[in-house]
Design a protein around this ligand. Structure first.
Ligand code: FAD
Length: 388
C-alpha cells in the first residue's frame, strides 16, 4: 500500500484533512490539479475569527488581509441593520496565501503533496483503491486504503465511486466579484451585505473590506435567464457613489452549491468533504469553515478505520454522523431561511429590515445568522409568516 489515504483537492477541506491525518500519524498524499495551490481564487474571502481559532489555524499576517467587527445589512430600500461588535470578529483573507499555507502546514505535519497532478479515475482492488494520476504526460497509479474527495464543486470522485453529488445549474448561485481599490468606504471595519430582487435575485451583493480603501465587491444570483451576474454587479457598482470611482484590479467568478448537504457522503473506502459534499452554507454561501471542520472529522475517522482495518461504508458512517451533528442542523436551518427569503418581495424584505432595526440586535456573528434568525422571538417568526 502506497498510502493510508489519498486526498484529492487542496482547497481548505482537502488541506485540513491532510494536515490532521498527518498529525495523527497516517501516511497521506494530497494531490492538486492546479500548478499552484490557492490559484485562481474563487472566494469573497470572508470568514469568522472564532472558527479559525477553533480549528487551531495560526493568526498569520501572510494570509489575513483585514479584520472586521461586524456587518451592515442593507434591505432593498437602502436602509441598514448595523450589527457591530467592540472587538474584531471577522477576517477577510488572502485566499491564495491561505490555501497555500494550509497545504504547507499539512506538509510540515508529514503529508506528501503533489501539485499539477490530476486525479483521473479510481478502481477497486482487493478491498483497497488504486487512483490514476496524471502529472504532465506521465500517467501512473498509487494505492491507498481510503480516498477523500475534497475536489470541490466540479469534483468527480463522487461520480467515480457511486456517490450522488452532482449540482444542477438551477441549484447554484452564479457569482462574480472584483477586487477594487480607491473606494470611499464609510466604515472599513464592517462587511456589507445588500439584499433585494433588483440588486441580486436569489442571492446578495457584498462589500468585504481588505484595507481602508480596498474591498472585494461581488454578488451572487440565482440565474434568471435574463441578466447575468456580471451585469447585475456592474449595475450595483455604478449605483453606489463610494464604489463607482474605484479601480478594478482583479476578478473572480464561480458557482456556489446552495441546495444543502448531500444525502450520503460515504461509501466503502471513500469520504467526501467540503463543497464536494455540499457542506457550504446555503444562505451565506460561506464554505471554508465547514469544509475544514468536516475535513478534520474525516481525518479522525480515517485514523480509526486504519487502526481497526475497517474501511467499510458502515464504519465510515461515523464520519457522516459526526459532521451532521457538528454542522448538519445549521446547514438545514440556513436552507430553510434561504427558502423563506427567496419568496419575499423587496417590500416584504424592507418590512423585515424595519422590524429587525427596531429590535436593536447589536451583536450577531454572520456565520450564525440563520441560527440567530430562528432564535428570534415567536412574534418575529409570526411576522415573517404573515408576509408569506
Ligand atoms: C465567488 C465566491 C465567493 C465565495 N465567498 C466565500 C466567502 O467569503 N467565505 C467562505 O467561507 N466561502 C466563500 N465561498 C465558498 C468557498 O470558496 C468554498 O466553499 C470553499 O473553497 C470550499 O473548499 P473545498 O476545499 O471544499 O473546495 P475547493 O476550495 O473548491 O477546492 C477543491 C480543489 O480540488 C481541486 N480538484 C478538483 N478536481 C481535481 C482532480 N480531479 N484532481 C486533483 N485536484 C482536483 C481543485 O483544483 C481545487 O483546488 C465563495 C465561493 C465563490 C465561488
Amino acid at each position: 500500500m502506497d498510502y493510508d489515504t489519498v486526498i484529492i483537492g487542496a482547497g481548505p477541506g482537502g488541506s485540513m484533512t491532510a494536515k490532521t491525518a498527518a498529525e495523527l500519524g497516517l501516511d497521506v498524499l494530497l494531490v492538486e490539479k492546479r500548478p499552484e495551490i490557492g490559484m485562481p481564487v474563487r472566494c469573497g474571502e470572508g470568514t469568522g475569527i472564532k472558527g479559525l481559532k477553533e480549528l487551531g489555524i495560526p493568526k498569520n499576517k501572510k494570509y489575513i488581509a483585514w479584520e472586521t467587527k461586524g456587518e451592515y445589512i442593507y434591505s432593498p430600500d437602502g436602509k441598514r441593520l448595523e450589527i457591530v461588535e467592540d472587538e474584531p470578529n471577522g477576517y477577510v483573507l488572502e485566499r491564495r496565501m491561505f490555501d497555500k499555507y494550509l497545504a504547507l502546514y499539512a506538509a510540515k505535519a508529514g503529508a506528501d503533496i503533489r501539485t499539477r497532478t490530476y486525479a483521473m479515475g479510481i478502481k477497486r482492488e482487493n478491498g483497497f483503491l488504486r487512483i490514476k494520476l496524471k502529472h504532465f504526460n506521465e500517467v501512473y497509479e498509487v494505492s491507498c486504503k481510503i480516498v477523500v474527495g475534497a475536489d470541490g464543486i466540479e469534483g468527480t470522485v463522487g461520480k467515480w465511486t457511486g456517490l450522488e453529488n452532482r449540482t444542477k445549474l438551477s441549484q447554484m448561485t452564479s457569482n462574480v466579484q472584483y477586487e477594487m481599490v480607491g473606494l470611499k468606504l464609510e466604515n472599513p471595519e464592517v462587511m456589507e451585505f445588500y439584499l433585494g430582487r433588483k440588486i441580486a435575485p436569489g442571492g446578495y451583493a457584498w462589500v468585504f473590506p481588505k484595507g481602508e480603501d480596498i474591498a472585494n465587491v461581488g454578488l451572487g444570483i440565482r440565474p434568471t435567464g435574463k441578466d447575468t451576474a456580471f451585469e447585475y454587479l456592474n449595475r450595483f457598482i455604478s449605483s453606489h457613489d463610494y464604489l463607482k470611482k474605484g479601480k478594478k484590479v482583479g476578478m473572480v467568478v464561480g458557482g456556489v452549491p446552495v441546495q444543502g448537504p448531500i444525502t450520503k457522503s460515504v461509501t466503502d473506502n471513500v469520504l467526501l468533504v467540503g463543497d464536494a459534499a455540499r457542506h457550504v452554507d446555503p444562505l451565506t454561501g460561506g464554505g471554508m469553515y465547514n469544509a475544514m471542520v468536516c475535513g478534520r472529522i474525516a481525518a479522525k475517522v480515517i485514523r480509526e478505520a486504519v487502526d481497526t482495518q475497517n474501511f467499510s461504508e458502515e464504519f465510515l458512517m461515523k464520519y457522516e454522523n459526526e459532521w451532521r451533528e457538528k454542522v448538519g442542523a445549521g446547514l438545514m436551518r440556513s436552507l430553510k431561511v434561504k427558502e423563506v427569503l427567496e419568496k419575499l418581495s423587496d417590500e416584504q424584505m424592507n418590512q423585515i429590515g424595519k422590524f429587525l432595526r427596531g429590535m436593536k440586535i447589536g451583536k450577531l456573528d454572520i456565520k450564525e445568522v440563520s441560527t440567530s434568525l430562528l432564535k428570534l422571538p415567536p412574534e418575529f417568526i409570526k411576522f415573517v409568516e404573515s408576509l408569506l
